[in-house]
Design a protein around this ligand. Structure first.
Ligand SMILES: Cc1cc2nc3c(=O)[nH]c(=O)nc-3n(C[C@H](O)[C@H](O)[C@H](O)COP(=O)(O)OP(=O)(O)OC[C@H]3O[C@@H](n4cnc5c(N)ncnc54)[C@H](O)[C@@H]3O)c2cc1C
Length: 430
C-alpha cells in the first residue's frame, strides 16, 4: 500500500477543514487535506468553480502552500496511533501524521413520521443540494418544516428557484424563536444575514409550534398534515415537503479514534484539543454554530495542530463568542419530545434495509436491533437511521467499527497485509 507522511492531516474539506489546512500550512506544516467529495467546500459551498467566491478565495490561498489535496477520499480505518488508512477512488493509501484535525462537519437530523419515505419528501439540506445541482422548483408548491436557521436559508433558496412556499412550519414555539432572534443583537453579522434572507413574504409563511405528523400520497406526495401542541390538524396539498430537525455532528471518525464526545458533539478544550493526544477537532463536528464559527475554529485548530500556539491563542476569544451563538441555537431549537411519538410501528426507520419502527421495539439496544434486523447495515451505514433511532428511542449512539465506509475486499486485504508487515509494526510501536 502506498504510504505518505505529513505533519498535519485534515479530515474534511468544508469551510473548517479548508481554513485548518490553510492555517497549518501558513504555520509551516506539511499538510494533507482529504474529503469524500470531488470538490472542497463541504455542505454550504457546493457547486462548480465560481459559485462561492469565499471558497474560491480560500482555495487560492491554499494553492501556493504545502497542502496536498485528496478529493474523493474516505477514511476507512486507523492503523496504529498516527496513521489513517484512506481509500481514494478504490485505491488504499496510508497517511501518517504528527497531528490530525477532524473537520468532519454535520448532517441533517431526520425524525421519521408516516409517509416520510415517499418520493418528494426530502431533507431541508437535501432540497437545497438538489436546487444547487440544477433542480427547478418553478411553480411547485412546497411545505418546509423542521427547525432552526436552516429553514430560513432553504426557504430563500426555494423561493429563488421559483417555488410557491405554502408554509414554513417551525417546531419551536414563537416565544423560543423570538428570544433567539432578540439574542442575535450580540451577533450583528447574523442579523444582517437574516435580513438578507428573510423577505416580508417569507415571514408571513412562518407558523411556529407546528410540525408534520403525516405525509399523504400514493406513490407520490399529495399533501402534508401539520399538527401542533393542542393536536389540531391542518392538511396542506403540496408537491414537495422538505423537513429536518437541525444538524447532528458526524462523529464516526472521532469515535473510531477514541475521542470523547458529549451532547452529540466532539468534546474539545479552548484550543480545540480532543481527549486524544495530537488530535484536534473543529467546525460543526464540535457543535453546530454556523459558517463563521467553522472558519474561526478551522484556523485555531490548524495553527495549534502545526504547533503555532502564538497565532492560535489570538483566536480563542473569537471562538468563544461563536460557540455562544451555537449554544443559543441548541437552546432555542431543540427538537420537542412529542416528535418521538410521530412514527407508528409501520413507519420505515431504516430506508436502506426497509426496517420498520415496530421491528426495533423488542430490542434492548441498538446493537441487538442491528444484528437482528440489519437496521443501520445498508449503504449509509447508519448515518441516517442511527441518528433517528437515537432520537426516537432515546438510546446512546452505537459503537463504531472499521471500516467506516463500505469498501472493497481488495482494500480490506491490503489493510490486513499492511497491518501485519514489519514496517507497520515498527511504525506503530514508535
Ligand atoms: C445539509 C446541510 C445544509 C446546510 N446549508 C446551509 C446554508 O444554506 N446556509 C448556512 O449558513 N449554513 C448551512 N449549513 C451549515 C454549514 O454547512 C456549516 O455552518 C458549515 O459549512 C460547517 O462547515 P464544516 O467545515 O464544519 O462542515 P461541512 O461543511 O459539513 O464539511 C465537512 C466535510 O467533511 C467531509 N467528511 C466528513 N466525514 C468524512 C470522512 N470520514 N472522510 C472524508 N471526508 C469526510 C464531508 O463530506 C464534508 O465535505 C448546512 C449544513 C448542512 C449539514
Amino acid at each position: 500500500m502506498r504510504r505518505e507522511s505529513f505533519d498535519v492531516v485534515v479530515a474534511g474539506a468544508g469551510p473548517a477543514g479548508l481554513n485548518a489546512a490553510a492555517a497549518a500550512a501558513q504555520s509551516g506544516a506539511r499538510v494533507a487535506l482529504l474529503d469524500d467529495n470531488p470538490r472542497p467546500g463541504g455542505q454550504i459551498w457546493r457547486g462548480p468553480d465560481g459559485a462561492h467566491p469565499a471558497r474560491d478565495q480560500l482555495r487560492q490561498t491554499i494553492e501556493p502552500l504545502d497542502v496536498t489535496s485528496y478529493p474523493q477520499c474516505r477514511v476507512v480505518t486507523q492503523l496504529g496511533a498516527s496513521t489513517l488508512v484512506v481509500e481514494q477512488r478504490g485505491t488504499p493509501l496510508r497517511l501518517d501524521y504528527t497531528s490530525l484535525v477532524l473537520a468532519t462537519g454535520a448532517r441533517e437530523r431526520f425524525v421519521p413520521f408516516p409517509g416520510w419515505d415517499q418520493p418528494n419528501v426530502v431533507g431541508l439540506g437535501g432540497l437545497q443540494a438538489l436546487v444547487k445541482a440544477g433542480l427547478s422548483l418553478e411553480g411547485k408548491s412546497i411545505v418546509l418544516a423542521g427547525t432552526g436557521p436552516l429553514l430560513v436559508a432553504v426557504a430563500a433558496t426555494a423561493r429563488r428557484a421559483g417555488a410557491q412556499i405554502r408554509c414554513i412550519a417551525e417546531q419551536a414555539s414563537f416565544g423560543a424563536a423570538t428570544r433567539f432572534g432578540l439574542g442575535l443583537i450580540a451577533h450583528p453579522s447574523k442579523v444582517s444575514e437574516a435580513f438578507g434572507l428573510l423577505s416580508p413574504a417569507l415571514l408571513r409563511r412562518f407558523r411556529f409550534g407546528r410540525w408534520p405528523r403525516r405525509a399523504l400520497g400514493d406513490g407520490a406526495l399529495e399533501a402534508v398534515e401539520l399538527t401542533d401542541e393542542r393536536g389540531s390538524v391542518q392538511t396542506l396539498p403540496c408537491d414537495w415537503l422538505a423537513c429536518a430537525y437541525g444538524l447532528a455532528p458526524n462523529l464516526e471518525l472521532a469515535h473510531l479514534l477514541g475521542c470523547k464526545t458529549a451532547d452529540g458533539a466532539i468534546s474539545v478544550d479552548d484550543h480545540l484539543r480532543t481527549s486524544v493526544d495530537g488530535v484536534f477537532a473543529c467546525g460543526e463536528a464540535t457543535g453546530v454554530a454556523g459558517l463563521e464559527s467553522a472558519l474561526v475554529e478551522g484556523a485555531l485548530a490548524g495553527h495549534n495542530a502545526a504547533g503555532d500556539t502564538q497565532r492560535a491563542d489570538r483566536l480563542v476569544d473569537s471562538r468563544r463568542r461563536h460557540a455562544a451563538f451555537g449554544d443559543a441555537i441548541e437552546r432555542a431549537f431543540a427538537p420537542r419530545p412529542q416528535l418521538r411519538e410521530l412514527a407508528d410501528d409501520d413507519t420505515i426507520i431504516c430506508r436502506c434495509e426497509d426496517v420498520r419502527v415496530g421491528q426495533l421495539r423488542a430490542h434492548p439496544s441498538w446493537r441487538s436491533a442491528k444484528l437482528h434486523t440489519r437496521c443501520g447495515m445498508g449503504p449509509c451505514q447508519g448515518r441516517v437511521c442511527g441518528t433517528a433511532v437515537q432520537f426516537v428511542f432515546d438510546t446512546p449512539p452505537s459503537s463504531v467499527r472499521p471500516p467506516l465506509f463500505p469498501t472493497s475486499a481488495g482494500v480490506l486485504a491490503a489493510i490486513d497485509e499492511s497491518s501485519l508487515s514489519p514496517s507497520s509494526a515498527s511504525a506503530d510501536a514508535s
